[in-house]
Design a protein around this ligand. Structure first.
Ligand code: F6P
Length: 340
């Protein structure tokens, strides 16, 4: 068989080990792999390269994706969908492995609906794909954010300041949750919970009173009642590209105005998406990449390789899609146990 593989959507640590796993598992079973550059764009434009086991040496620990990525939606226009089908014919692809989040996997489902053999691998630092316990990229990204919070603690304590750390997470607050929980924030704001300014400021005041500084973690998707500005453009899936000034800066201003404490805000943005994958993500990406090849070889097209408990299994695209997996009430309860 000839496997095709692509990585689409926002990059995250673990994509390279996942590509390596697809190539190595396919090769181990006697099959070849072709990599498409820059996600669906490479399939649309027939931009591909053979991927031999020698091409993926050392990828288990490398950040980013050697294939490149983009937020291209190949089904946005009919003529482009035709190009995708033509490329798959021309490249003689028997099965396509789509590695991505919600958007990339929805395009994969559409391709499957149009009669092509496709399997999926979920990834995203946001950890918000349904049907899998974890997505790779999340643990590595959250570890970067926790490290940032710990550094901010030193400087906040030295200057007796309140510092707000804004992390990624537009629709789901998993990164904020993990950062606040593991980094010991005094208050953590997530998009899953309505913003309550009174309660929030009370937490900050308690922390300032107790030890002279306060640490806040806020997910970029928190709704403060003010629409965050748009950078004036949308990506291929219609998502607005957000303006640079985010909720962290706004919260810092509100804290300073209400408490008089000197306040700063830090937006770590794409720093969270770069760097070497952590141990958990290397292993998960390796398992899911190999798992997707196994699904294809078992004839289970239209499925996504996911982690359920300790096991890798396959679920239909529909179960993995249908809106972001948000932070559950149990997690929120645990998080708020540690509020100031
Ligand atoms: O990968 C998902 C995500 O990290 C979101 O949390 C964030 O809003 C978005 O990507 C930003 O992506 P980009 O700036 O790369 O388009």
């Amino acid at each position: 068989m000839r496997f095709g593989v692509l990585t689409g959507g926002g990059d995250c640590p673990g994509l390279n080990p996942a590509i390596r796993a697809v190539v190595r598992r396919a090769a181990a079973r006697g099959h070849a792999t072709v990599g498409f550059r820059d996600g669906w764009k490479g399939v649309r434009d027939d931009d591909a390269r053979p991927l031999l086991p020698a091409d993926v040496v050392g990828l288990e620990g490398r950040g980013g994706t050697i294939l490149g990525t983009s937020r291209t939606n190949p089904f946005a226009r009919d003529e482009e969908a035709g190009k995708v089908l033509a490329t798959l014919e021309r490249q003689r692809i028997d099965v396509l492995v789509a590695i991505g989040g919600d958007d990339t996997l929805s395009a994969a489902r559409e391709l499957h609906r149009r009669g092509k053999a496709v399997v999926g691998v979920p990834k995203t630092m946001d950890n918000d794909v349904r049907g899998t316990d974890w997505t790779f990229g999340f643990h590595s990204a959250a570890a970067v954010a926790v490290d940032a919070l710990e550094r901010l603690r030193d400087t906040a304590a030295s200057h007796h300041r309140a510092i707000v750390l804004e992390v990624m997470g537009r629709h789901a607050g998993w990164v904020a949750l993990a950062t606040g929980l593991a980094g010991g924030a005094d208050a953590t704001l997530l998009p899953e919970e309505a913003y309550d300014e009174g309660a929030f400021l009370a937490r900050v005041r308690r922390a300032l009173a107790a030890r002279g500084y306060a640490l806040v973690v806020a997910s970029e998707g928190v709704d403060l009642g003010l629409r965050r500005g748009s950078a004036g453009a949308k990506d291929g899936f219609g998502h607005e590209i957000l303006a640079e000034r985010g909720v962290g800066a706004e919260l810092a201003q509100r804290i300073q105005a209400a408490t008089g404490a000197e306040t700063r805000s830090v937006q770590i943005g794409h720093i969270q998406r770069g760097g070497a994958p952590e141990l958990f993500d290397r292993i998960l990406a390796s398992r899911l990449g190999a798992g997707a090849v196994d699904l294809a070889l078992a004839g289970r097209m239209g499925e996504v390789a996911v982690l359920r408990g300790a096991e890798v299994t396959g679920i239909p695209f529909d179960q993995a899609l249908g809106g972001p997996k948000t932070v559950s009430a149990d997690w929120l309860d645990l998080l708020h146990t540690f509020d100031a």
